[in-house]
Design a protein around this ligand. Structure first.
Ligand SMILES: [Zn+2]
Length: 176
């Protein structure tokens, strides 16, 4: 058994770590509602954090896409979003917590930012959420082994891999 003091220390470390994650998410433009659902930190605290990071120039989020496919239609790269999901699922298999897995995925996604259409952190989170909830299917190409996203409402005809073009892909079941 850990001593109570050790438990308190561990809890404090976890809280500090989560707050540091939240600061990164907010700095990189995540909406308060999403940062709240990932970190569990109270909205009021996140609003204060955003004010301290962005000052009064905090980006205002009006009507924005609120699912993966809407983000892809608005110009987000399906390949970049698939990369986020792949890293997330891999981190999750290594028993990282959801927030840790997303931080891993996001740090990889940032490496892919080419400036043309920078990946939106909100879109990145929606891609993970939508695959986990089954709204977007996670496909795995038997030919080139790449994972990619597919709208579950889409017809089978367009089921080809965006990397190698191979058709008739296997749907990979993601544990909910
Ligand atoms: Zn392929």
């Amino acid at each position: 058994m850990w001593s109570l003091r050790a438990q308190h220390l561990m809890l404090n470390q976890t809280i500090a770590q989560t707050q540091s994650y939240a600061a990164t998410l907010i700095r990189d433009g995540m909406r308060i509602a999403l940062a709240h659902s990932i970190t569990g930190i109270a909205r009021g605290q996140l609003l204060d954090l955003r004010k301290s990071i962005h000052g009064d120039d905090a980006p205002m989020h009006g009507r924005m896409p609120n699912d993966t496919m809407a983000y892809i239609k608005s110009g987000q790269s399906p390949v970049a979003l698939a990369t986020v999901v792949a890293v997330y699922l891999d981190a999750e298999r290594k028993r990282r917590s959801p927030v840790e897995a997303f931080m891993d995925a996001w740090s990889v996604a940032k490496l892919f930012a080419d400036g043309a259409t920078p990946i939106d952190i909100n879109a990145a989170w929606y891609a993970v959420r939508d695959v986990k909830s089954g709204w977007v299917s996670w496909n795995f190409c038997k030919n080139c082994k790449a994972g990619f996203l597919l709208d579950t409402k889409q017809t089978k005809k367009t089921d080809n891999c965006p990397y190698c073009g191979m058709q008739k892909q296997k749907r990979h079941e993601v544990a909910q």
